[in-house]
Design a protein around this ligand. Sequence first.
Ligand code: HEC
Ligand code: HEC
Length: 441
Amino acid sequence: MILAQSATRNIGVVILAVVIIGFLVYLFFNLLETRGEGGAEIELAANRKPYHSDDILETTKLDQSLLSGLFLLSVIGLALPLYWLGEPGRQEGLVENTLHLWTEDGAEAFEESCSSCHGGGGAGGIASFAITEQGTGAFVASVDWVAPSLTSLLTRFTEDEVIHTLNFGRNGVMPAWGAPGGGPLTAQQLDVIVVYLRSVQKDADAVQVAVTDGLIAEAREEWVLRDPDLSARFLDAKQNLARAQQTGVSSIIEEAQGELSNFQREVGETFPNEQMAAWLDEISDPSHEEYLTYGKLLFINRADSGAYSCARCHTAGWSYDGAFDLDIAGNPVTTVTDADGATVPGYLQGGGWFGPNLTNGAEVTQFPNVDSHIDFIRKGSADGIRYGVAGQGSGQMPGFSNRLDDDLVEIDEFGVEVSKNWPASLTEEQIAAVVAYARSL
Ligand code: HEC
Ligand code: HEC
């Protein structure tokens, strides 16, 4: 629409230019053709009532008529194109004003319907959820399910895909909002919320800062888990908190939270940010023996409530901290078998949940060629489009590279109108690392 407006403006400019040049040309020739006086007619035809003298007729009177004609012509010739020139501005103003109003309405609707789980401004948050046993429906555990930040959503999904999620909800944890899924909001209310979400998207730098900060926290936890003493204390503190939460008594919960914070402060000093950042830098080199660990940390990155992670869709239990949460019997909600055959709290990373199981070499079979695997992670899936050897896309697998939105226009650094470019969630190096990890599962 904005493109069409600029076309209207261009036509307006051309017409104005033609009118001005034409007028100057006319003026030029008119002046050239001005001749001297040819004689006084009143003296040649004496029966005629004297009118203005020729001098007056051919000077003042003629000038008056010409001037009034010229004035009217100018109105048509200049004012119309000028009006036309202003029109796109008025239309743009209208569009901008409408967008502004929609963004405001969307912000209001978002605060009302979404922020309780997704946080103010869509910064990410938590949804309380009751896990029940499949089949019997018996209560298993009450958990805090991460509701991802929505501040980089539009780079991973198209607006149509977002509307689909809003219409039908997500995995029963997020309710359906649109009429097609039986939800309370109208299609226009959903559109308005999406327009609002455009206004809270992070820029490329802010996304990378969030991803990197998240990786540093994951790196620290990796070091804690590798130290038998620290990992035992960490597990204790987390499970104490889970037990405290089951009591529902706020003083007990606060005490357990305090203990966990103290522990986290201590390991923060033991493994400072700079040390973790330097380690990450080292292992992000594809030839480093811990390169796959780097891929894993990206896979499970909790930054922005897991927005950039894979585990939230491909690892059962990860979204609610199931390895540390306890069920009503006091057991960890998710467990794995360790090297000695014992059952321990943990996740089957990439074992499949909302997204398919990526383990047992499934990905090497689906994408025999690494480049096509990388390309899939960059772009994500599209509804009804096949991928890999035998994949069928639903549009729900996000794309982690940048996304061009042809329906939105922005002005680039040269002042040219281009498609909106939403910044990538992961850099090309990060995508390669996460793919290497997924192929190793
Ligand atoms: C009851 C809590 C709750 C409310 C209210 C809620 N959501 Fe969600 N939403 C979630 C959870 C939890 C998820 C992640 C679900 C999962 O892990 O499959 C989610 C996922 C999403 C996603 C997918 C994001 C992604 O990156 O995969 C979008 C988009 C979304 N919500 C938008 C909204 C909007 C817009 C509203 C308000 C109209 C809203 N949500 C209200 C809990 C909620
Ligand atoms: C919002 C949920 C979500 C997130 C986050 C997500 N995926 Fe997926 N993924 C899916 C879904 C759903 C599919 C199935 C394809 C479809 O429905 O379009 C899928 C499919 C895949 C496939 C193809 C699997 C096959 O064998 O068919 C791969 C590989 C994959 N995802 C890897 C990843 C990686 C790597 C990440 C993190 C960088 C990731 N996914 C993040 C939901 C997700």
